[in-house]
Design a protein around this ligand. Sequence first.
Ligand code: SF4
Length: 369
Amino acid sequence: MIDPWSSAIVNYEKLIEEFGIKPFQELLGDLEDPHTLMRRGIIFGHRDYGKIVKAIREKSKFAVVTGMMPSGKMHIGHKMIVDQLIWYQENGAEIYIPIADMESYSARGIEFPEAKRIAIEEYITNYLALGLDPDKNLHIYLQSENKIVTDLAYKLAKRVNMNEMKAIYGFNGSTNIGHIYAPLIQVADILHPQLEECGGPKPTVVPVGPDQDPHIRLTRDIADRFHSKFHFITPSSTYHRFITGLTGGKMSSSQPKTAIFLSDPPEVAMKKLKSAKTGGRESLEEQKERGGVPEDCVVYEMLLYHLVPSDTRLKEIYHQCQEGSVMCGECKAMAGEMIKDFFEDLQRKREKASKKAETILDEHKHILC
Ligand code: SF4
């Protein structure tokens, strides 16, 4: 069972085999200008993404939905979602960002005003600072304030039973009812852009980590169950790899030692990266002789995911590591400078973005879809 609230999934091949996720690679050639994360195999899987490729190529309407759960600090792994949203915005998508305050209340016990504060100060500020355009086809809302979504969730819940929820999420007799109901709100988040009052049926994609696949499968099933009533087009999804934490496991906001937070001062981000686990050998002699292992290196992963836009430069770093012509000390110093520059720039942009972040939810309050 894969479970969106706890487990870390690392065996991506198994996931593709067992859960019917298709390799993203097969569609790469159909996209004129795929995102770096797609080209580099970080987005590794999809369900039904052909519909989205078609919409992009034909410049027809499509939507992207990706929620944020306001429960902690945003770390650099979360940046992947924003990078994808920016790409979709450039490719003509309507962007929907539900803020899962109802889920954070029922699953994590966070009060609604606190969820709103975290969403504004932490998430929305970073989304805007990272480059999401607040004025371009963007719909951002708190779940608890979107009556179209909550009404739709209630209607959809009519055709979902408890056994199904237990089988998908592992809920048991002591799970609170709000927590059980929260996934239905997320299903409605994903499907509501297709309601007649929101412009009618359109291809919709949800970019997620593989731990969110239970939601995707449930949403696709429910969309099909309600096809005759709402004419939903079954939503598509993409799956991206997790970024490895600084200590080698999963990067997690609740385990500060594993994460570089987007609000970290540049010097702190640099220091954290320099102390991360590498794929270096026991001694310099051994590394010169056998080379390093970039695939096992958190520093390399940071370059791959976030810091080196040029594929040529990245390949060069990869080969230098493998050949043993660059040692970890030098490589970390270079990566450290890169992350420091990135964070200095982000810090400036966060300061600018924070004002807009404070007002955007109120500005969008009446745009429910
Ligand atoms: S040389 Fe660089 S990429 Fe290679 S293992 Fe060391 S830190 Fe990682």
